[in-house]
Design a protein around this ligand. Sequence first.
Ligand SMILES: C[S@@+](CC[C@H](N)C(=O)[O-])C[C@H]1O[C@@H](n2cnc3c(N)ncnc32)[C@H](O)[C@@H]1O
Length: 388
Amino acid sequence: MSQPQTPNIFSRPLTPPPVNLELEQKLILTLFQQGKLPEAERASRSLSERAPKHGFAWKALGLILSRQGRKEEALQPMQQACKLMPRDAEAFNNLGSLFEEFQRLDLAQSCYEHAVQVDPAFQAALDNMIRLVERQDRPQELLPLLKHKLKAVPGDDYIRHQVDMLERNQTDAAPSAYVVRLFDHYADQFDHHLQHELGYRAPFDIVRLLEQHAPEQHAWRVVDLGCGTGLVAEALAGRAQSLVGVDLSEKMLGQARARGDYTQLACADVLAHLQQADGASADTVIATDVFIYVGKIDEVVTQVHRVLSPGGLFAFTVEDMAAASEAPTEADLARGHRLERSGRYSHADAHLRKLAERHGFSVLAHEATVIRRDKNQPVHGQLVLWQR
Ligand SMILES: C[S@@+](CC[C@H](N)C(=O)[O-])C[C@H]1O[C@@H](n2cnc3c(N)ncnc32)[C@H](O)[C@@H]1O
């Protein structure tokens, strides 16, 4: 009698474990959120092999690879996710970011556009689109996107100022939120970028002007309005007896603080700071490249006059409205300042001279200069020195 044969379990093809979509999705998400990326990668790879028509597994795999810096590997699974889930805005946004990494900007933009079309309230895709269009300097396409964004976030003053500048709505000053966001973001690169790439030297030119016109003043009590990273302190090179810096951006102030040259640093709006300062408490007030964000300076001038001691000096720079790419209109000249497409304000010479006269300042200098370059073009401005 023949013996019953033992079944050879090793010769059977292995059946993959059954798919439990809900549970596996939860597991992948949990591993991802806990930062256990290799485990999350294994789980999503396994799911994508067993359920290849299931878009989530590909999307998760793409995201996990991307998070690990493996952008090239992430591209194919994310494309697969988009193919399987054409209405998944997040997958298209992620794919757009990957294309952007590889400088395939047209593809990136199509992905972001599709994501916004599928889900008009999806802010991340809209932000990416805005950034991409800005990066490519395409103002015509930028304006409708910004307006779309402003509808979704009506209180966003950064976006509002951008809309104003592109629509040429004339306002009196850039909102604080705009200044803070711009300069907090810029603070780390500011000195290098401005001085070495844009040829900026206004603080040094202004101190030269002070030396030329008031060489006898040696014990200056100086207020540096919109002090930024403190280039004015560098230009003053120890000449000031006391040096107060005022700025809205904490990050810029952090750079100024690191120089160690300021007696006091205040995080405040220039006008608010002047309004609470004692009368005749300063001998020199300096504002280099600050009134490009404060268009209407009438009240600042009133306060500077009050804060300066008799004979005190007010030294500042402006961008020149007459030299801007668009000729000033009657209304611009009457207003005295104009919000340019750059988001910065320019000023009219005649208006500045009128302000000086109205407040009893004598004009010691009013020199044409190139403030910096912008998109490889010189930005023309004025170095101004008034005496109280
Ligand atoms: C272009 S930077 C110039 C910084 C510095 N004065 C220089 O010449 O290097 C302009 C600075 O002005 C500050 N600023 C702009 N508007 C301001 C306001 N209303 N009050 C205070 N600071 C302001 C910005 O935060 C930024 O640091």
